[in-house]
Design a protein around this ligand. Structure first.
Ligand SMILES: [Zn+2]
Length: 117
């Protein structure tokens, strides 16, 4: 259920941006979700459709891009990309690992319409 505040946050940013540039409406939002993030696209979309209804973002499309996770081995310094599940360092077999990418969630860019069509 933590997708609601996230969707609200995205909406606030998008509306603020749209107003600043004098946009008539927001058409597309590009979101980046890390592979290890617990955020569910469908839930974001579900809340989005409800909360964006009476805003400049009504009808805007959400585009989700999943990015792979990257791990750093704390023993040998080897950095590698995660394919599916968590695996030990392929170089030294260590399990002392640090996630360096893949847990993020961010709003990458916003597309707006400035003229009435
Ligand atoms: Zn290693």
């Amino acid at each position: 259920m933590h997708e609601l505040p996230i969707a609200e946050n995205i909406l606030n940013i998008a509306v603020e941006h749209a107003e600043r540039v004098g946009a008539k409406r927001v058409t597309t939002l590009h979101l980046v979700i890390g592979q290890l993030s617990s955020i569910v696209d469908d839930s974001i979309q579900f809340y989005w459709d409800i909360i964006s209804r009476d805003t400049l973002c009504a009808g805007a499309t959400l585009r989700f891009e999943r990015i792979p996770a990257t791990l750093l081995c704390l023993d040998c310094g080897h950095s590698y990309t995660l394919n599916r599940e968590l695996i030990a360092c392929p170089q030294c077999d260590s399990i002392r690992l640090k996630v360096t990418a893949g847990e993020e969630f961010r709003l990458e860019s916003i597309e707006v319409e400035t003229e009435e069509v």
